[in-house]
Design a protein around this ligand. Sequence first.
Ligand code: PEP
Ligand code: MG
Length: 317
Amino acid sequence: RRRHAAGRAAAPAVTRDGVTVEVGANVGSPADARAAAEHGADLVGLIRTEFLFLDRDAAPDVAEQEAAWREIAGALGGRRITVRTLDVGGDKPLRYLPAPVEANPFLGVRGLRYTLRHPALLTDQLLAVVRVARDVPVSVMFPMVSTVGELLRARRMLDDVIAREGGGPPAGLRVGIMVEVPSAALKAATFAPYVDFLSIGTNDLTQYALAAERGNPALAELADGLDPGVLRLIDAACRGAGERVTVAVCGELAGDEAAAPLLTGLGVRELSVTPPAVPAIKEAVRATDRAAAADLARAALGRPDAAAVRALLGAGR
Ligand code: PEP
Ligand code: MG
């Protein structure tokens, strides 16, 4: 097995004025996890668990999922991994489960809405997470959360799994949600008592904030994560999270070097990006002064559109 990157690549990303921003990787396979290690990722900030569920005739069992998360954690040398529960539904049906026909799949039964309706799937995922979390630090997060009620139902299922396994909650287990729905960003303080972290999925958050479908090329210019409306939602999430709850960004905006000072200034303390982008994002954090970044962030929130924000950041597109 190839080794975790050494030297500057593996060193933490600390701003000029001493604030650490963890730079993680988004992975969709064990091969991605090996690439993450080679590029010096501090953690895996997002495992897209869908890769284990698509293009097959039955769901993976607990043992197969456990083995996959262990392989990913092993590649990272025991650094923290973040398992996102299954994020399918709507436009990504599973062959082996009946899919509802919906006029607007992106506004339909997807993410946590889907797995709460298929509790056996969610329970198996949580069981695999709890077992791996006995040995390595694991964060689990739920996608497409709109209300605290949904989160509490998922948390109760996690509590049931922990009770069934015995031994109490694993020491390194953290629980969080993805912030992808604008109302969830605005309700960050409402969610905060029930989570250890928030991870902002700017791909979906942008799509929902601007009512512009993320994959539609005709709307690519509109669906821009630097739109001040999206930035205000990120700001609201950071403020609502408070001191104890960490805020991460795992959407594509996290991989934009020019956005690193802006996100740091808003209060984001973890960026999770594609593995090859890790070194450049770490350098962007190291070049940042948090106090100046906070001023930059305030200024960005007042700009009229994404182009003006990009000009402020001194980045082309
Ligand atoms: C996001 O929505 O920003 C995200 C990270 O999740 P995905 O791209 O898998 O929907
Ligand atoms: Mg998403």
